[in-house]
Design a protein around this ligand. Structure first.
Ligand code: SAH
Ligand code: MG
Length: 431
């Protein structure tokens, strides 16, 4: 079971590419060299500051800079020292943590997991950045090249695990560790150490090189790990469906949230459940198992997910009690069937439309439940993301929350479980 999460910094925890590039260009200017385009400089990162500076100098001089001669060596050291001190003073101008990172760290610590930082960044800069973002307290160990090892050397990870064990009194080994990073060096390091690896495909690292290392799991960004903490924690309790969801990065519900809904179904004696957004059938199967009388109708728009869901439902022996419909829930005509629980877990931007369309199908005393209303903490604190489309989505979720709060027909309870759940019930009409 995974108890130790080792994070790379640049491209994994923080989106630092532009600041690094700006500081390298300031350095190049200072020494009278031509600037290099930002994207090119970003592609030079990942192997530490010296490699970055040498690559930048070579690019700026169209290959003429030679770091192997005596004077080249001296020049490299001088320029590197200037860069390090300049970057150390300007580490966070445009840099942001990626969406959901502070939230992920909070959840990991709440669940008793340990976190470490393993970066090829100079230690003084790495620590300063952790401080600036107020996340230093989450890391029980910070390992940088000053330790004598740098990724992909597996001894860098060995040392990280040893440091954690010393400071936390744990006895973690490679079987308890996951290495999370956006560059080939991170995955190489994890693989040669022998632990689980997770690649972040939308970081700064070169994607083909990253994927060529065959990480165990590939996510867009590190915060997606949050969905799978419970799964990674289970000794061997992860179901095949959960594993396949993690491999294909299908956003199935967190256990906290789905357990809560199962409890709700049991307590209220709900019989007929309608789910909007089946994905691969994980939550539908879980709901159907709450009681032998429970029946689930679930709608999925995506072809592949619909097929997987159907197979998973068949394999679970539940095709008699789960009806899966392959359709766009916004267009599907469900008629006047009544449901005791309507669970909305599909496209977040459309929640209000789902709500309006299906409220007529709610049985008397029934409840409409919606998931992901906190959206990794971003609904409360939109400054957690800089990504435009994420921000638009967060705004729409906020609007849905406002819609629920202001609704005259329904009263809504908001529950801070999993990724944030709401339960809306029809108000009693006083005659
Ligand atoms: N309830 C699932 C997870 C659902 S993920 C579980 O916890 O196991 C959300 C799903 O909604 C995705 O698979 C997506 O394809 C689907 N979806 C998005 N928009 C939809 C729509 N308009 N109609 C039906 N399904 C939709
Ligand atoms: Mg990185």
């Amino acid at each position: 079971m995974i108890s130790l999460y080792v994070f790379d910094m640049d491209g994994t925890l923080i989106d630092s590419g532009e600041d690094i590039a700006d500081c390298v260009n300031a350095t190049l200017s200072h020494f009278g060299y031509f600037n290099v385009p930002t994207q090119e400089l970003i592609s030079f990162t990942g192997d530490g500051a010296r490699a970055l500076i040498i690559r930048a100098l070579k690019s700026s001089t169209r290959g003429k800079f030679d770091e192997t001669t005596e004077s080249g060596k001296r020049k490299t050291e001088e320029i590197l020292a200037w860069y390090l001190s300049y970057y150390g003073e300007h580490p966070v101008t445009k840099t942001k943590t990626y969406a959901g990172i502070p939230e992920l760290l909070k959840v990991l610590s709440k669940k008793g997991k340990k976190c470490a930082l393993l970066t090829n960044k100079p230690e003084h800069v790495a620590r300063k950045i952790l401080d600036i973002f107020g996340i230093a307290g989450y890391f029980s160990a910070v390992v940088c090249p000053e330790s004598g090892f740098r990724k992909p050397d597996p001894r860098a990870l060995e040392m990280t695990v040893r440091k954690i064990n010393e400071s936390c009194g744990t006895k973690f080994g490679k079987e308890n560790t996951v290495m999370i990073g956006d560059s080939a060096v991170d995955i190489k390091c994890g693989k040669s150490f022998g632990c689980m690896t997770i690649a972040c495909r939308d970081g700064l690292g070169k994607r083909e090189e990253l994927l060529a290392e065959k990480p165990d799991f590939v996510f867009a960004v590190a915060s997606e790990v949050e969905k799978f903490i419970d799964l990674l924690s289970s000794e061997n309790g992860a179901t095949e469906i959960q594993k396949s969801a993690m491999e294909n990065n299908v956003p199935i519900m967190q256990d906290e949230g789905s357990d809560f809904i199962c409890d709700f179904i049991r307590k209220t004696g709900a019989r007929e459940i309608l789910e909007i957004g089946s994905a691969i059938g994980y939550s539908a199967i879980k709901f159907a198992r709450t009681a032998p009388e429970t029946r689930v109708t679930t709608i999925e728009i995506d072809d592949e997910r619909f097929e997987s869901a159907r197979k998973n439902i068949d394999a679970a022996g539940l095709s008699g009690r789960i009806e899966i419909i392959h359709a766009d829930a916004l267009e599907y005509e469900i008629g006047d069937r009544k449901f005791d629980v309507i669970f909305i877990d599909a496209a977040k931007a459309q929640y209000e439309r789902f709500f309006e369309k299906y409220k007529a199908n709610l049985s008397e005393g029934g409840a409409i439940i919606s998931d992901n209303l906190e959206f990794h903490g971003m609904v409360e604190d939109p400054s957690l993301t800089r990504n435009h489309s994420t921000l638009q989505l967060v705004k729409k979720i906020r609007r849905y929350v406002e819609f629920l709060k202001a609704n005259e027909e329904f009263t809504t309870e908001f529950i801070s479980l999993g990724d944030g759940i709401s339960i809306s019930r029809r108000r009693k009409i006083s005659l």
